[in-house]
Design a protein around this ligand. Sequence first.
Ligand code: IPE
Ligand code: IPE
Ligand code: MG
Length: 248
Amino acid sequence: MATPTPLPPRTQVPRHVAIIMDGNGRWARRRGWNRVRGHRAGIDSVRAVVREARAAGVRYLTLFAFSSENWGRPQREIAALMGLLRRFLRVEVPDLKRNGVRVRAIGELRRLPPRALEAVRWAEDETREGRDLDLILALSYGGRDEILHAVRSALAEGVRPEELDEARFRGFLYAPDVPDPDLLIRTSGEMRISNFLLWQLAYTELYVTPTLWPEFREAQFREALADYARRERRFGLTSEQLAGGGGG
Ligand code: IPE
Ligand code: IPE
Ligand code: MG
């Protein structure tokens, strides 16, 4: 066995990690199983990554659990996913609560089946005192939806065009207090954003791994954190400026 990747020093740990948890279906199909079995296995990865994120000192973890486009999947698969969501919350919330994790949800939550929505609200309520890690579930979430929702809210509030700058706009997003992701992880090798956090990802570091979500566990998460720790984020500036040299 290779020695496990150590956690980076706290100063190099991303404050906000966002994950596109992809590849459950392929993982199951490769074994000749139903796609839903892949989603079920993916829950164990969620549990592992939440634990590891907390241990590493990540402050916000956003998980893409169900996209606005995923409503187009077969009814059976949607129902199974909603059932898994409810079961995950019911089983995990006591532990999350004990560990200082606050569960939040972003997305067009009104579209969720009533019992799923109820479970989400219950989890948010139960864990609202959590201070160590915000676990943000993107459910029925689309980046374009979120931007449209923000624009509509601004118009409804009567914000004048000249008042609407980036800071003001941010206030109309689903979770305005949450800083932009520092690191975006996508599993299963797909090199696309799939309508996730379009506004917030402007300067996020991207990490794509061929590992399928059900096989993405503690070790793979640590590897992603280690990769992030080696990056130089420049935000459009020069390396010299960032080193404090002024850049001349
Ligand atoms: C990600 O796995 C989970 C959801 C989108 C809900 P997929 O179900 O997309 O798995 P693949 O991409 O088909 O393998
Ligand atoms: C993105 O995965 C959405 C989630 C992980 C919930 P998809 O499997 O739906 O994305 P595409 O279809 O590959 O773009
Ligand atoms: Mg997929």
